[in-house]
Design a binder for this molecule. Structure first.
Ligand code: GRF
Length: 191
């Protein structure tokens, strides 16, 4: 069995969608969820899905030790970031080289970097009059949103679209593609 650990700081709708996608798999499972936010909606969603979730402080994520021990406890093969608001520290990057991926709600390199998260991204996309936006799934490195791109998908932005409407379209792309891209990536682990 290949074990995924999901890192999430917010509502956790992607975490739940990924967990659901693999719930019947005989080769892959979401083993554990880690968060830096004890009030994050992701905990209730994971409770419902029967997946353990744990909270670590910003300092613990930065230092690595306790987080790495938890990842080890759950035999983690791949770390999937889904709305995780903390930078990934060097100890984690060293322990999981090429095994940490993230989803960004825009077409990187556009609308990435510090401060570009959540609705800020969609507001910037609408304000710039973009005709399209989308999702980027990429490897994680030391820099925000700068790791090698694995996959992108696009959706149109209409002149009448509000940032909220763009967010809905982008979320739909995330739900449709993130689990599948993870599955394809993990297939390379097995071969
Ligand atoms: C998603 O839009 C993701 O792209 C971004 O944060 C959001 C998380 O939403 N990085 P949710 O917590 O999965 O509902």
């Amino acid at each position: 069995m290949i074990h995924i650990a999901i890192f999430a700081s917010g509502s956790g709708s992607n975490a739940e969608n990924i967990a659901r996608y693999f719930s019947k798999s005989e080769t892959v499972k979401v083993a554990v969820v880690l968060s830096n936010n004890r009030n994050a909606g992701v905990h209730a969603r994971m409770k419902k899905s029967g997946i353990p979730s744990f909270v670590f402080s910003r300092e613990e994520f930065a230092a690595g030790g306790a987080v790495l021990a938890k990842l080890d406890e759950y035999d983690t093969d791949l770390i999937v970031l889904a709305g995780f608001m903390n930078k990934i520290s060097a100890p984690l990057l060293e322990a999981y080289p090429g095994k940490i991926i993230n989803i960004h709600p825009a077409l990187l390199p556009k609308y990435g970097g510090k401060g570009m998260y959540g609705m800020h991204v969609h507001e910037a996309v609408v304000a710039a009059g973009e005709k399209e936006t989308g999702i980027t799934i990429h490897y994680v490195n030391e820099q925000y949103d700068e790791g090698t791109v694995i996959f992108q998908a696009k959706c149109p932005v209409l002149q009448s679209d509000t940032p909220e409407m763009v967010a809905t379209k982008v979320h739909a792309l995330e739900y449709a593609y993130y689990p599948k891209v993870i599955e394809d990536l993990l297939a390379t682990f097995l071969s």
